[in-house]
Design a protein around this ligand. Structure first.
Ligand SMILES: [Zn+2]
Ligand SMILES: [Zn+2]
Length: 256
């Protein structure tokens, strides 16, 4: 499994893109910095997109991708829970902000949508996909993706603390976890459904107690203005846990 980090952050500027992961050039998780990272040809090779929740930084490039595919008489499979699909249909692809790509063209809509149920493993293209609820301000799932050769990764999406139930359901070799802000923002993070380095540390301690191991951890969704502090604190928790934890960046490649 080849994973490319197209977007690693929660804010967009010239040097940082909204969160977006590309697996084996065909499967996308969250559509932040998607179209701006891929050529038109690469966009047409995409087979499926998994969306974790409806926040703008995670769905932003869906309309742009749909327009590109529509103009090439192509289409794409998108998977999410029901609230995310409804939010896209109501607020974005509603015929007012942008065309209704979920319904049009009538014979073969540009977006073929499939609702997924958390806790139930489903086959998406070549991968076994498990959506697992996490703790955010609106309904959000993380995804475990397992390739045919048994390699697996879990991406937490946006989440606050309290992941024990989530950990019980997954056993990844690579964990892509969110850390949005440094420890001084802990009260805000708990309220907003996000993690700081110390909050992540506690979740990883719980993971190790439950599973008897720690996977390699890659951190995403950093606020770029606070990234230096996050990096310093992550280095220290990696030391404490004696386990590799690194910050993602745009263009980072991970191989399983
Ligand atoms: Zn969010
Ligand atoms: Zn986010």
């Amino acid at each position: 499994m080849d994973i490319k980090v197209l977007g690693a952050h929660n804010c967009e500027a010239k040097s940082s893109k909204f969160i977006c992961l590309l697996i084996d050039d065909s499967l996308v998780i969250d559509a932040g910095g998607l179209t701006s990272s891929l050529s038109l040809q690469a966009q047409q090779k995409l087979r499926a997109i998994l969306l974790t929740h409806q926040h703008y930084d995670h769905i932003r490039d869906i309309p742009a991708l749909a327009m590109n595919l529509f103009l090439h008489q192509s289409n794409i499979n998108i998977y999410s829970t029901l609230p995310v699909r409804d939010a896209l249909a109501t607020h974005l692809l509603n015929g007012e902000l942008y065309p209704k790509f979920l319904e049009q063209p009538q014979q073969k809509p540009t977006i073929k949508f499939t609702i997924i149920e958390p806790g139930k493993t489903e086959q998406v293209e070549d991968y076994a996909i498990l959506a697992v609820p996490v703790n955010h301000t609106n309904p959000t799932v993380g995804y475990q993706v397992t390739s045919p050769d048994g390699k697996s990764m879990f991406y937490t999406s946006d989440t606050g603390p309290g992941l024990t139930e989530c950990w019980e359901q997954v056993s990844p070799q690579l964990l892509i976890a969110e850390v949005t802000a440094p420890d001084e923002y802990q009260d805000w993070a708990v309220q907003a459904g996000h993690l700081t380095p110390s909050l992540l540390k506690q979740e990883l301690i719980n993971f190790r107690e439950l599973k008897g191991y720690l996977p390699r951890v890659v951190v995403v969704h950093m606020n770029p203005s606070l990234e230096k502090e996050i990096e310093t604190e992550i280095e220290s928790i990696a030391n404490d846990l004696n386990s590799p934890i690194t910050l993602a960046y745009e263009g980072m490649r991970l191989h399983l």
